[in-house]
Design a protein around this ligand. Sequence first.
Ligand SMILES: [Zn+2]
Length: 409
Amino acid sequence: MSLLCVGGRNIKENVTFSEVKILDNGQPRKINVSTLTRGFDTYYHLKGICTAFDISFAYVPAKKRVLMNKGVNSMRLTVGGEPKLKEFFVYYDKKYYLSAGGLNHVFAGLMKGTVATDKKSKMLMINYTAALKPKKAIKIKPGFEIKNNNIRTIALLKGEKFKVERIILDPGHGGKDPGAVGKNRLQEKEVTLDIALKTAELIRTKLRKEVILTRTTDEYVSLQERTAIADKHNGDLFVSIHINANIDREAEGTEVYIYDIAASDKKSGRIALRENFEFPGTGGIKSILGELGSTSNDNLSIMLAGNILDNIVNYVDVESRNKNMILRAPFYVLAHSAMPAVLLEIAFITNKDEEKKLREGDFRNSVAKAICFGLEDFIGATENPEKEELAPAADVQTKEHKKEGAKEE
Ligand SMILES: [Zn+2]
């Protein structure tokens, strides 16, 4: 006999895999999804709902963490970790079930939607912004031409292992390019290098993985050279380290980015423009980035971003600037890395308190530790993936349609 937990109370299970009637933006539709009933309440298997609505879904067993993304929106849920969802979730047999109220939270975050039930017809009524159309899925057919990294991502999504042997650390800026500068003259390039060197040391000694740095001294390395270094050394993961800046000196906190041709919001776009500064006024950034096929690393990048952000928030004396959100922006180094890649904006050098922290060795050590823990979590989750909860390969999505989603913002 097994028990399950609803908002902390144990009850007996009643799980069925069945047809669920929904009103999908007013259109009647039937989907097959596992449901769990408790009294008069019905809970829906979250992954099943995500599949039906073309929401990409990944599960990190070690953290009981669900990572979802739709268009330019990402969302992370920790099973049992959201006070808001306390009454709305059931975790049973390694599956995450949400009631209509819980799904309402997910659809609000990912698709500006609402979810309600019609008591009479027992129908789920799901409404969301129409512009966020389902994206085209890559169909995996025999003979389909896929690049190395696609194969790895697809393999992982099927429950196979993703092996990390070599990590590329990219300390932002350097030499003639100081990056952002604080009011008290602290330079981004110095902080990013120190944090990267500390992180590299931890990765080598604690994780026993190989590390390649795109620079180890105060030298200028172009953005192209950085990605060329990553590719030449066959990196498995790419982590770019930066320090944020804002004309608003109150701005503070950590941000973690993954690549997208379109920014999550205007602010993210501005940050990407600043970090891409080597290509000002070419008007070509978008077209350069548009040619790239790094899409298939999306899910892995989201996982990596989530793991690192979690650990920064847990171990570093800094707040998450965007609660639980992983941001997307067209950073050059992310676009051009043929591997799962994230860009960290650790804190704001333009904020007086954070500039002070960024000078401190202890603070920098804690950042290095957090990045290392994040990598460790990622490696743990991908080397021992849980087959059951990972999204099917058909959920690997193309980038094209994100442009449409972006207009939405
Ligand atoms: Zn920077």
